[in-house]
Design a protein. Structure first.
Lengths: 1175, 601
């Protein structure tokens, strides 16, 4: 681990060196400017002066040598002719300066280490007699800032009002600040506390106690291309609670914020290391049309991808905002239909370097472990099935395999010799560990932030590992008072390593997990270290094994460099120009090593075929994928892109009017280069290099592809606030995309929103308990050009006709491959954006001294012009899929509710929140024939409905069976049998039963009908409880979904397909006329037989309530008292323990996790603990 | 003033960076644009190759299950196919569109006319092929001979079956006039005149048969005969003929193999898995193996004796033994089939392969796996199986598929000749086939009945029987049964196989030890000659052979399986509802729900 870490650091440090070269330069400047004398008054700095007839400039250079100060003055304004004589071995600098002021008619103004020299005015002269010292225009104010408990509060910003000059309190809450003479007021501000303005009133010591700010109205929320305080928001923006996500180890950011964003559905895909979560905002739906329901991801104002979002480490994330309505999202125009997820990374804060280190280690196991049959239970059921098959009376097709019953002796052996399934035989405890370090600090003009992190998660078996490494360097520089520059460089690298199982789709490991949990109980996975072939078509353990199986590895490297320049134009107040340039490179390296798998047949005891003897009688060598089954594959894909924007903005307040406006030009270009290479027959499995393989021409294969696209956008925003209570915002984006042909490329996406803060009105002042009440409404248009589903980066050029390559055919003497190209079909020349019109109405309030706050929102997203081919109403003879057109229409309506209660009882502070989101879609226009029977129509219905058979229980008595047969009842053209699921005969075929409501006496495919309205949850909800007591804190996040049904996953519905393959535990209650006549599960029959198809089919029998509430995270932390940590020289030390996916408050599914489909590696429950140290 | 100037400078700098519209000026790097294809012979040929990729028939794995030749429980045989089950309609029209795109495109470019003609001929052949596939499934379908667009009139009714056949023949005739007699070696496998002519003959023969003409009222056989006779002339002139060896004709996939009229070649990248299905089952490997092409007793009995006489013909020089059924049979029996104890040196791994002998008795493996999967009828097929392939390579076999071999042309011509009262000619073709098969010619007629050429009905039966034997497991039997409406005659019957069990004497060979030990001891005895399985009494000592039904629900002797129940609706299938819904002019096929379209017109 350590070696790997070091290697990663070395590799990435090299890259970081290039990326932060400029930044390093600025650090040097920064260090040089930090002087010791900064906070010392000139009266406390002593010098020895021996001046005899020297000029003013000689005097300055003498002082510059003896003190840390630099003198700056204008030659035209300062009379250098004065001759000075001053002699003192030890005098204060203040006295020297006063002497100079008297003799050369000067005044001095000190700013940190600079002393500006000016000419004395007449007014100054008058002052001289009384306050001669003020000629120096220097005054030090110091003090301590404390929190509500009287503890020193570090990091508080202390500013001289009306300027950008100020300082930050140190770790003890102390500050000292040199203020100019005319300064009147200090402003103390700190996140989470009310900002205080304090008049100086001649004082030199000002201690300030900060009051916690219960109201969140002044929180700054990141919105598209800017920020807004929450009070003034007129659009729907949710923010993720990212406070402690640093402490709970996660491999992806989407996992880390699950349950922490009100009204946003974030569901985990499973427990495989490196798995991410999917994020859906407000039930986004394409109603079955092309396109994606994924939101747009924007990181630091640069449009990114979900992959890049997940690569971020929580340690570098400052804010996550979710833009939910069009008023918020339309500024991202063409890609904002499904909402926008905005991430802002952390920046440096002024002050001494702050170092924070967090280390977490945890381990996990399945949140819900699916129970499977034991070897003995399994064998009993096999015998029942064999008996049924061998009994012609039963009318059950014989299973082709295993028609020899398991003997009593064998049963007894299995009862006492359960080896556990292969997963259990191979499992190890997954471990997750994470280390994060960040440093930030800065001076007046330069701040910096540096962060590095490493997270690693191992899986439930060998050869399953994920790790991620992040580095970020950020520097913000005020080059002059008006010109600022921000440089942001980040490097991320993740590595995903897994065993290679040929039947798994790329990531989910569905099949190997299923195979490994269902097989193996009858035999050990290994005997004498050799994988066992007996009883197993597939001994998965051999694939998990380091030594024998193949593997697959993906490495992604991301390098991002962003420079942002801002210039406040001095001549016009409030006007500024700026620009952002981002350059990004994402490279993906995939290696797949495939190798033949060998396992061994062991001799079986002649009297007990389950008892294996240790001698090998044969081997089984298998190759999956033909000649490619012994090969090395390597794919290199490099994406290069840049985003550039140029911005003019205007922000100013005139009396009661606040105006801000922005105009932005943005362009983006992307190119991808992909090379795939495969060589067969490696010389040795120990050398995983392409070169070390067979040189035969037929063993070498390579291909590649390239792609490019671009975007061009013009963006405008306008905000207007009148009297702090009437809010008006508008924005537009005019977007061009290469997805569509010239002429169809541009889309215009405007939005407008209004807000009215009723509580500001005079007539409302009498309503005592309501502190804040705001009504807001928004309306706007967003779009989507995502015609390709997931990979929105690649333009499909579907507007062009053409040909593409398509494998080969064989001709000729030498059986040679001949190239094939095929027509791409009809071009979608008329395709353009799909559009979403969003209406959002909301009420925000704060009551009871702002302790209770909340938001209620209603929305209606009308999605029109969805892409789809009008195939189902076009005759098939056209011979091609019709080009996609913009015609589909889907409405999504719903509401969000957010409530929060924040207060404290003595030292106990608490913050309790609850949120609820409801969204339902409805298909308005879809491509379907008018001749469809009513029950088949989608129009007017929501998507995600579940169709299947209605069940009427199990055929459990002979009488019932005989009655059915006598009535001529069949299921799928076959006579029913005892123990079979009985389906309801709902209707006949379309010709005889055009309305679809007349039973025809038999059950067949016509009888499939609606069995559940929602297959996806229409409701998501969450709760967070945060308690603080002195140094202790407890955070609990609860996430829930509801209103939908869930089908028992396929692996739970399988009985068995071959005798050695087990099944879920619930089959122990399988019906059997002799052994279990009251069984509640259908009879155990061969899965491949037609008899089983009724049991397997989607039916009410397998339907469960999908709702659940899950305790997603619990984090308990303790901060050591400061007096202890100070003694060992640390700023603060925090210990924490936490758990993820701990338990369910409510669920209705048995034996599988309702958050998942149920197949694949289940979601893990993780316990971890760690420490966070700040210096 | 200077500041304002700076601002404009800054703006200019940014705009200089930005290329505005160039940002959207992108090229489709992943595709080949339409215009270049038709001017470039290489690209045009690559697109022509696509038509082969779409259509070229390959190994019909498992097709024999839909006939009386092999075990195979399927809904087709049991009359359980529901409406909407056959959805090849959509795919065929997709192929036809690609063909029409090619036909319309190839004449637009600048490619040399000779080459255009040659390629056009091949494309026309594929259009005929795809329409014939539709017609044999549904009867007449809408004829689309141009590239349709969304603006075209797409609501077309079905053309009559006869109109479709006329169009198919027209395309084939055009193809015949355009494609060459043969290609250079590197283009071997492309459509030649000979292929197009024999295929045309096969279609006309099919169209003349009872399926399309139940009452045999039409006079379609003459056209079939003419076409097949012309095809034979072309083939003969181009060096085609019968391969010298029935058993080895599959091993040679070069242009020099005279038997290949229309073949499909395979290689490492374009392979098939037929071998894996047909080879013996190996416990722990592939559950599919050993289940395909298990010969029924009916097929086994249809092979004649070594002298060409039927097994029950008292005039035969040989006596048929219903247990040692491989003895003294037509050499094609051994070349096609593998029985219990047959020499079959297939490359399979230990422990289940212990010698070059093959076992098909029940429970011959060491554990409970695979019982019943070994073969359902006691027989396996070795035709065109390469025993040298390892079990790993068997999933990616490169053995060629011969869609039309010369023997089929002779048999088709014989069938057509018999129908147009040329019985003598038909007899000659049968004799040629039997001669090549290696049948002993004891009577100058290779065992064929005397006077056969004068009895049209007997001759018809003899030809269909010869086809069944010669072309066994080549997917032709089910086609013949449907074509001549013979498949319905199987209704109420059950396909039978042999249930072979070892006796106590077998188990007693080794007193201590596993079944495997018994088997190895037995094998050694057979190989050293101390046990002679060709001796009936010895065989009976170690095995019992019981005929039993191999239909669904029957697994051991004495059980009553599901009867064959072919539904005559399957002669022409329904057009799936989803397709009907998209075209209000489309009638469904007669006999199916709402069907009004008569496919016999």
């Amino acid at each position: 681990m350590i070696l790997k870490l070091l290697r990663q650091i070395l590799l990435m440090s090299k890259l970081l060196l290039y990326g932060t070269f400029l930044q390093t330069l600025f650090f040097t400047v920064l260090m040089a400017k930090e002087g010791k004398a900064q906070r010392e008054s000139v009266h406390k700095i002593h010098v020895s002066v021996t001046w005899e007839n020297i000029t003013l400039s000689q005097a300055f250079s003498d002082l510059e040598q003896k003190t840390p100060f630099k003198f700056t003055y204008h030659h035209n304004k300062v009379d250098d002719s004065a001759i000075l004589n001053f002699n003192s071995p030890n005098t204060s600098l203040g006295k020297v300066l006063l002497f100079m002021s008297e003799n050369a008619q000067l005044r001095f103004q000190r700013i940190n280490d600079n002393i500006h020299v000016g000419k004395r005015s007449k007014k100054d002269k008058a002052l001289t007699e009384k306050f001669s010292e003020q000629l120096l225009w220097e005054k030090e104010i110091s003090g301590t800032v404390t929190d509500e408990n009287g503890e020193g509060l570090p990091g508080v910003s202390v500013l001289i009002k009306g300027t950008t000059k100020g300082t930050v309190t140190d770790i003890n809450g102390k500050y000292a600040l040199i203020v100019p003479d005319n300064a009147a007021t200090l402003v103390f501000s700190y996140v989470g506390y009310l900002t205080e303005e304090v008049e100086i009133a001649g004082r030199t010591v000002i201690n300030q106690k900060m009051v916690p700010d219960i109201s969140t109205l002044s929180e700054v929320v990141v919105v598209g291309y800017g920020t807004e305080i929450k009070r003034n928001l007129t659009s729907s923006v949710a923010t993720a609670d990212v406070d402690d996500i640093d402490e709970i180890p996660n491999t992806s950011l989407s996992n880390a914020i699950a349950g922490r964003v009100p009204g946003v559905s974030i569901t985990t895909a499973g427990g495989r290391p490196g798995t991410t979560s999917s994020i859906t905002i407000r039930g986004a739906s394409t109603g079955g049309f092309a396109g994606s329901t994924d939101p747009l991801y924007v990181i630091d104002n640069v449009i990114a991808t979900k992959e890049l979002f997940d690569l971020l480490d929580p340690n570098e994330v400052a804010e996550i905002s979710i833009l939910k309505d069009a008023a918020a999202a339309a500024i991202y125009g063409s890609r904002a239909s499904n909402g926008v997820v905005l991430v802002t990374t952390k920046s440096g804060q002024k002050g001494a370097p702050k170092i924070q280190f967090t280390a977490t280690v945890g381990s996990s196991r399945e949140a819900i472990r699916t129970e499977h049959l034991t070897a003995y239970e399994h064998a009993l059921l096999v015998n029942q099935a064999v008996a049924a098959g061998n009994n012609p009376e039963e009318n059950i097709e014989q299973s082709l395999f295993g028609n020899v019953p398991i003997s009593d002796a064998e049963l007894e052996y299995l009862r006492n010799n359960d080896f556990g399934n292969f997963e259990e035989q191979s499992r190890k405890a997954p471990v997750i560990q994470r280390y994060a370090l960040n440093v930030s600090g800065g001076t007046e003009n330069v701040t910096y932030f540096l962060a590095g992190s490493f997270v690693e998660e191992s899986g439930n078996v060998e050869k399953l590992n994920y790790d991620k490494f992040n580095l970020r360097g950020k520097v913000d520089v005020n080059i002059t008072d008006d010109l600022s520059l921000s440089l942001n460089t980040d490097l991320a690298r993740d590595n995903d390593f897994q065993y290679f199982w040929p039947f798994d789709s790329d990531d989910a490991l569905v099949d190997s997990y299923r195979q490994s949990t269902r097989r193996g109980n009858w035999a050990p996975a290994f005997i004498n270290g050799l994988p066992v072939a007996n009883f197993n078509a597939f001994n998965v353990s051999g694939f998990f094994d380091q030594a024998t199986g193949g593997d697959r590895e993906r490495t992604t490297d991301v390098a991002n460099f962003t420079a942002t320049l801002n210039y406040d134009i001095p001549v016009i107040e409030g006007l500024s120009v700026g620009g952002t340039f981002n350059r990004r490179r994402v490279s993906n390296l995939n290696n797949t090593f495939r190798t033949p798998i060998v396992d061994y047949f062991f001799e079986a005891d002649p009297n007990n075929r389950f008892r294996l003897l240790p001698n090998v009688v044969g081997t089984r060598e298998r190759l999956f994928g033909g000649a490619d089954g012994n090969s090395i594959e390597r794919t290199t894909q490099v994406d290069n892109s840049y985003q550039l924007n140029f911005r003019v903005s205007y922000d100013r307040t005139f009396n009661d009017h606040k105006i801000n406006a922005q105009f932005i030009y943005e362009q983006f270009e992307f190119e991808r280069d992909n090379i795939f290479s495969r060589r067969r027959n490696p010389l040795s499995r120990n050398i995983r290099q392409l070169f070390a393989t067979s040189e035969d021409a037929e063993d070498i294969f390579t291909t590649g592809s390239e792609a490019e696209n671009g975007r061009l956008s013009y963006i405008g925003t306008l905000g207007y606030i009148f009297r702090d209570r009437y809010l008006l915002n508008g924005s537009f984006r005019y977007d061009g995309s290469t997805q569509f042909r010239p002429g169809k490329r541009y889309g215009f996406f405007p939005s407008a929103s209004v807000g009215w803060i009723i509580s500001e009105e005079n007539f409302f002042q009498n309503v005592g308990f309501v502190e804040f009440l705001k009504l807001r409404a928004s309306y706007g248009l967003t779009g989507s050009d995502n015609i390709d589903g997931d990979d929105n980066l690649l333009s499909s050029f579907s507007y062009l006709e053409g040909f593409r390559t398509s494998g080969s055919v064989v001709f000729g003497d030498g059986n040679a491959n001949n190239n094939v190209i095929r027509s791409r079909g009809l071009a979608a020349t008329e395709l353009t954006w799909d559009k979403t019109t969003t209406l959002n109405l909301a009420l925000d309030f704060e009551v009871v001294n702002s302790k209770v706050s909340g938001t209620i929102e209603y929305f209606r997203n009308k999605r029109t012009d969805l892409f789809g081919p009008r195939n189902s109403i076009t005759p098939v003879i056209i011979g091609a899929s019709l080009p996609r057109e913009n015609y589909g229409e889907v409405d999504v309506t719903g509401f969000d509710v957010l409530l929060n209660y924040k207060d404290n009882i003595g030292d106990l502070g608490f913050d309790i929140g609850f949120n609820l989101g409801y969204a339902k879609d409805k298909v308005i226009t879809v491509d379907e024939s008018e001749d469809l029977r009513p029950f088949q129509k989608q129009t007017g219905n929501n998507t995600g409905r579940i169709f299947g058979y209605k069940t009427k229980g199990i055929i459990s008595t002979r009488e019932q069976l005989e009655q059915l047969i006598a009535a001529g009842f069949t299921q799928f053209n076959r006579d029913p049998y005892l123990g079979q699921l009985l389906f309801e005969d709902v209707r006949g075929n379309s010709v005889d039963d055009p309305l679809g409501n007349t039973p025809d006496g038999v059950v067949d495919a016509n009888d499939q009908t609606l069995i559940a309205d929602f297959g996806r949850p229409p409701v998501n909800y969450g709760a967070n409880i945060q308690l603080k007591y002195k140094g202790f804190s407890l955070d609990v996040f609860i996430q829930g979904f509801g209103g939908h049904k869930k089908l028992v996953p396929n692996s739970g519905r399988f009985a068995f397909d071959v005798t050695e393959e087990g099944a879920w535990k619930h089959w122990t209650d399988a019906f059997d006329p002799v052994e279990n006549p009251s069984g509640t599960f259908p009879r155990w029959v061969n899965f491949w037989s037609n008899a089983a198809s009724t049991n397997l089919a989607t039916s009410e029998f397998w339907l469960r309530n999908g709702g659940f509430a899950r305790v997603k995270n619990v984090n308990f932390a303790y901060v050591l008292p400061r007096n202890i940590t100070e003694r060992v020289g640390l700023g603060s030390v925090k210990f924490f323990v936490n758990g993820s996916n701990l338990f369910f408050l409510y669920k209705d599914t048995n034996n599988f996790d309702p958050e998942l489909g149920g197949d694949g590696v289940p979601i893990y429950r993780t316990y971890s603990g760690g420490i966070q140290i700040m210096l | 003033m200077k500041t304002i100037f700076n601002i404009f400078g800054l703006i200019a700098l940014f705009l200089g960076f930005t290329q505005c519209e160039d940002v959207l000026d992108k090229t489709d790097l992943g595709n080949i644009t339409s215009d270049v294809v038709w001017d470039d012979p290489v690209l045009a040929e690559a697109n022509l190759n696509r038509l082969y990729q779409l259509g070229n028939p390959g190994w019909p794995v498992g097709a024999s299950a839909s006939s009386d030749d092999s075990f195979g429980t399927n809904d087709f045989m049991y009359g359980r196919i529901n409406e909407n089950s056959d959805d090849s309609y959509d795919d065929a029209y997709r192929a036809i569109r690609e063909i029409n795109v090619f036909l319309e495109g190839i004449v637009r470019g600048t490619i040399d006319q000779d080459l255009v003609d040659e390629m056009t001929g091949q494309a026309l052949f594929w259009r005929a092929y795809n329409y014939w596939e539709l017609v044999t499934t549904y009867g007449g379908v809408p004829l689309v001979l141009e590239v349709l667009t969304a603006d075209s009139d797409l609501n077309r009714p079905r053309n009559l079956t006869s109109e479709c056949v006329t169009q198919i023949i027209e395309d084939l005739d055009k193809a015949i006039s355009l494609v060459p007699d043969a290609y250079d070696g590197e283009d071997f496998g492309r459509i030649t005149k000979g292929i197009a002519m024999t295929y045309k003959g096969r279609i006309l023969m099919h169209y003349a048969s009872e399926r399309f003409d139940p009452n045999q009222s039409g006079s379609r056989w003459q056209a079939a005969y003419d076409a097949l006779a012309a095809a034979k002339n072309n083939l003969d002139a181009n060096g085609k003929g019968l391969h010298s060896s029935f058993a080895e004709l599959w091993d040679d996939d070069s242009p020099g193999n005279p038997e290949i009229v229309w073949g499909r070649l395979y290689n490492t990248d374009n392979n098939h898995n037929r071998d894996a299905f047909v080879r013996p089952f190996q416990p722990g490997f592939s559950l599919e193996a050993g289940q395909i092409d298990n010969a029924t007793i009916s097929l086994l009995e249809s092979f004649p004796m070594r002298d060409g006489k039927k097994i029950d013909d008292a005039g035969s020089a040989y006596t048929y033994d219903p247990v040692l059924i491989w003895q003294n049979r037509d050499p094609r029996f051994e070349a096609t089939l593998v029985w219990n104890g047959a020499e079959y040196p297939i490359d399979d791994p230990e422990p289940f392969k212990t010698s070059s002998l093959n076992w098909t008795f029940q429970g011959n493996t060491t554990n409970n796996e695979g019982d019943g999967a070994i073969t359902r009828t006691g027989f396996l097929t070795r035709k065109a199986i390469d025993p040298g392939l390892t079990h790993l390579d068997a999933r990616e076999s490169t053995t060629q598929w011969i869609e039309i071999r010369y023997a089929e042309v002779l048999l088709n011509l014989a069938e057509a000749a018999n129908e147009v009262n040329r019985g003598g000619e038909a007899l000659n073709y049968l004799l040629a086939i039997r001669e090549r098969a290696g049948i002993e010619n004891l009577d100058g007629r290779y065992g064929l009945d005397a006077g056969l050429e004068g009895d049209q009905d007997a001759m018809r039966d003899a030809i269909l029987l010869e086809k069944r034997i010669e072309l066994a497991f080549e997917g032709k039997r089910s086609q013949d049964l449907i074509r001549r409406r013979l498949i319905e005659d199987l209704n109420g019957t059950e396909r039978m196989g042999y249930f072979i069990e070892r006796t106590a004497a077998f188990d007693a060979l080794v007193t201590e030890g596993s079944l495997l030990d018994d088997r190895i001891a037995f094998e050694n005895a057979v190989l050293t000659g101390s046990i002679d399985l060709d001796d009936r009494a010895t065989y009976d000592t170690y095995f019992t052979v019981t005929p039993y039904s191999v239909e669904e629900n029957s697994d051991v002797p004495g059980q009553d399986g599901t009867d064959i129940n072919f539904d005559t609706r399957y002669y022409f299938f329904d057009i799936p509802e989803a397709i009907l819904l998209r075209n209000d002019q489309l009638e469904n096929t007669l006999g199916w729900p709402g069907g009004t379209f008569d496919p016999l017109l």
